[in-house]
Design a protein around this ligand. Structure first.
Ligand code: ADP
Ligand code: ZN
Ligand code: ZN
Length: 747
């Protein structure tokens, strides 16, 4: 047939499971050739006009009345076919709507605000009416010319249209007033600009044997254009960055592009400098700290292949590379790679998916790999393990000592500082050297701890510490087991069993009493609330304007502070007993990282860790710098408890303002899950409902159900069915539900 109608398959931009499917729309003749996969269009939907994403072309079912695409938003596709594929995968994997996934992929760089909007003029009548309208205007040749141009090309602005028709602007305006032309707002101007010169620095550094070996393995995969995931396990200061830079060069040599991610914006300046020195103007930076304009500009440079080296935080994983060759995650174990609001994706998983689709390589770099990655890099695993076992300059790792605070108590020292830590700080003050005091407050650690033996009451079933609630109840927030608070320690019989936790302000106060002449800086979420405060404090400390820096985990990373010769960890227990199955892993990673902060300069460093649990394996392993020793204890424990990496975990978080509604709702959800579960043979466990650790936020109650299973697909199926069922019960079913697959912390 000559005049076949083309049907586009479109995801309409509505974030709802019930309409999360492909809709068919006819492509009007005048838009043929412009409607392409990855382009956004306007479509009629019910009585509304909504944006939609074109996935491809196909045929609708026979009996369905197909409507026409009303207009086009993008001149060029904003999504490659690979990224469209990633969106579909995200929807399936994270149980979000496809529209939400698509919006997430483009939003950070292409939101309405991020771009200059342009107004396009197009005919305001249906294509079939053109002849009739032109007939009516046959005595107005200028207007006819304008209209003909508008029919031919719907991507013209007012000025462009006038120029194309060799008419005046007022002729165009007359047609607008007559209702024959209408304005359409487009959010994607043509982003082409003159390309700057490319400067490329030389790779001055000669790689050592281990680095060279790692680079060779990665380059081989790149050359063969195969999919491969590498775990680059290298101690702090072993030169991982140099491996990244060389691997990126290999990818560029193959005509492909590379994305490098770092866990936090505050780490990017150092990396940017390094990358610019090596790759010059080929580097694009993508992170949420940029203004919409800057981000959009960088996004364009990446999309057009002019900036093949992308550096950024988590969201850079969606960079629109024309031919992705390499994805790098530095400090791959960092929880910040997981977005923990709204669409809860993990940048590591997305990177691996993209690499799989594109036949690209992934490098996961860390001195303390996540248990999951370590396990997958094990014998016969999916990842290839590359090791950098030595520090570059042969600098020794710092001396780490563990201080038993129980003993301080016994000897009558009730303060936050142990005698040994006080002596060590005084010594540094005398010598004019610097000290960092580190207080881990990640998570919400309202647990009960015995001050005499260090015992913390845990859930027998889940092996996480019970959370202490007002009124004296201890509760497991995975399975909801609860007991009354004991008045004596069930382990040693001591009466000194109390809720635990000291804040940075308290540490600061006690420090200034102990060391009245010392200059002290404090860095926590209070003192860094405004923009730039973080850098200010760090810079002041770097310039020697203070003797002691007190801070939370935000000071643990990436800082290179040569004058620091002492790091004191105020108490390791806060992180050790946060109610999370990863508590030991996080503690180990944090302590190892903190230890890596010292002894970077000429002077040797010392680390003192205070704890009520000096024999705990994550503390002893960190003190010995024994990464593999830690895994060899932790892995079997995870296995026995059916925790990742031996299972998959999902959390359903329910929120609602009404206590009765939320309790009714979560019980119903649990019953629904139990019913669905009847058809499954594989190991699956449903825990709760239980209050979330933050059980109430802004008047909203928060309850959670935790699901464990051996197969990710089972979790997906079961939760999907449950959501669909509950959706049908709305509005009688009230609570909002948020799904988190593979949660990295549950607050
Ligand atoms: P990591 O990221 O593994 O902690 P870095 O990449 O920061 O380690 O490297 C530590 C230091 O060693 C850096 O100052 C880096 O420039 C330097 N370095 C890396 N590789 C080499 C090399 N082959 N020869 C000399 N110095 C190197
Ligand atoms: Zn439990
Ligand atoms: Zn005790």
């Amino acid at each position: 047939m000559e005049n076949t109608v083309q049907f586009a398959e479109i995801i309409v931009d509505i974030n709802a499971r019930s309409v999360d499917r492909v809709f068919h729309y006819a492509v009007p003749a005048e838009l043929k050739g412009q409607v392409k996969p990855g382009v956004r269009v306007l479509v009629p939907f019910g009585k509304r006009r909504l944006a939609g994403y074109v996935l491809g072309f196909g045929y609708p079912q026979q009996d369905i009345k197909v409507r026409e695409i009303a207009g086009i938003i993008d001149r060029e596709p904003v999504l490659t076919e690979e990224l469209l594929e990633v969106a579909l995968w995200m929807a399936k994997n994270y149980l979000c709507s496809t529209a939400e996934a698509l919006a997430r992929i483009i939003a950070p760089r292409l939101g309405v605000k991020a771009t200059r909007t342009i107004r396009l003029l197009k005919p305001a009548f249906p294509a079939g009416k053109s002849q009739e309208v032109l007939n009516r205007l046959r005595h107005a040749p200028k207007q006819t010319a304008v209209l003909q141009q508008a029919l031919l090309n719907q991507q013209l602005t007012r000025k462009e249209l006038a120029a194309a028709a060799q008419a005046s602007l007022s002729t165009v305006d007359t047609l607008v007033r007559a209702g024959l032309l209408e304005t359409e707002i487009s959010h994607l101007p043509n982003c082409r600009e003159e390309s700057g010169a490319v400067h490329v620095g030389d790779s001055a550094t000669r790689l050592n044997t281990d680095q060279a070996k790692a680079v060779r393995k990665i380059s081989q995969t790149l050359t063969e254009q195969r999919f491969g995931v590498f775990l680059l396990y290298g101690v702090t200061g072993s030169g991982k960055t140099e491996v990244y830079l060389n691997a990126i060069s290999s990818a560029l040599a193959m005509g492909r592009q590379a994305v490098t991610m770092v866990p936090e914006i505050s780490l990017t300046p150092q990396m940017i400098a390094l990358f610019r020195a090596r790759f010059g103007s080929q580097v694009a930076v993508l992170h949420s700290g940029l203004s919409g304009r800057e981000r959009y500009k960088e996004w364009c440079r990446v999309k057009e292949g002019r900036a093949p080296v992308v550096l950024g935080t988590r969201s850079a994983v969606f960079a629109p590379l024309p031919a992705p060759g390499l994805f790098i995650l530095d400090e791959e174990h960092e929880p910040s790679y997981k977005q923990d609001a709204r669409l809860r994706y993990h940048a590591r998983e997305v990177a691996i998916k993209r690499a799989h689709l594109a036949g690209a390589a992934v490098i996961l770099g860390s001195a303390t790999p996540s248990l999951e990655s370590w396990f997958r890099a094990g014998s016969g695993g999916l990842y290839k393990l590359l090791r950098l076992p030595h520090r570059i300059n042969k600098k020794p790792l710092p001396q780490v000592s563990v201080i038993d605070i129980r003993k301080e108590m016994k000897d009558g020292n009730q303060g936050i500082f142990s005698r040994r830590l006080v002596t060590a700080i005084s010594d540094r003050l005398k010598k004019g050297q610097q000290t960092i005091l580190f207080l881990n407050r990640r998570g919400y650690a309202n647990f009960l701890m015995c001050r005499e033996c260090g015992h913390v009451i845990k859930c027998n079933h889940c092996d996480i510490s019970l959370t202490y609630h007002q009124g004296g109840v201890l509760r497991c927030h995975y399975c909801n087991y609860s007991v009354r608070r004991p008045s004596i320690c069930p382990y040693c019989g001591s009466r000194y069993i109390h809720p635990f936790g000291a804040g940075t302000q308290k540490v600061e106060k006690e420090a200034s009493q102990l060391f009245p002449t010392a200059r002290i800086l404090r860095m926590d979420s209070d003192t860094t609330a405004h923009k730039g405060a973080h850098e200010k404090i760090i810079n002041a400390f770097k310039q020697g304007k203070a003797d002691i820096l007190i801070g939370t985990q935000m000071i643990a990373k990436g800082l290179n502070l040569p004058a620091v010769t002492l790091v004191g960890v105020i108490n390791a227990d806060t992180s050790l007993f946060m109610p999370d199955f990863r508590a030991a892993e996080r503690t180990f990673q944090l302590l190892t990282q903190v230890a890596g902060r010292t002894g970077r300069g000429q002077l040797p460093g010392e680390v003192l860790i205070q704890t009520y649990n000096p024999e705990h394996y994550s503390i002893t392993a960190a003190a010995r710098h024994d990464v593999e020793g830690f895994y060899s204890v932790e892995l079997p424990l995870r296995k026995s408890m059916h925790y990742p990496p031996f299972s998959y975990l999902a959390r359903l978080l329910f929120t609602h303002a009404d206590e009765v509604e939320i309790s009714k709702g979560t019980i119903l959800a649990k019953e629904t899950l139990d019913k669905i579960l009847v058809g499954y043979d594989n190991f699956i466990e449903i825990l709760g409902p239980a209050p979330a650790p933050l059980s109430r936020i802004r008047g909203h109650f928060r309850l959670q159900i935790v699901i464990k299973g051996h197969h990710r697909r089972d979790l997906r199926d079961i939760i999907g069915q449950c959501l669909d069922y509950l959706q049908k019960l709305r509005p009688a079913f009230k609570p909002a539900i948020n799904v988190d697959i593979n949660p990295q912390g549950m607050q």
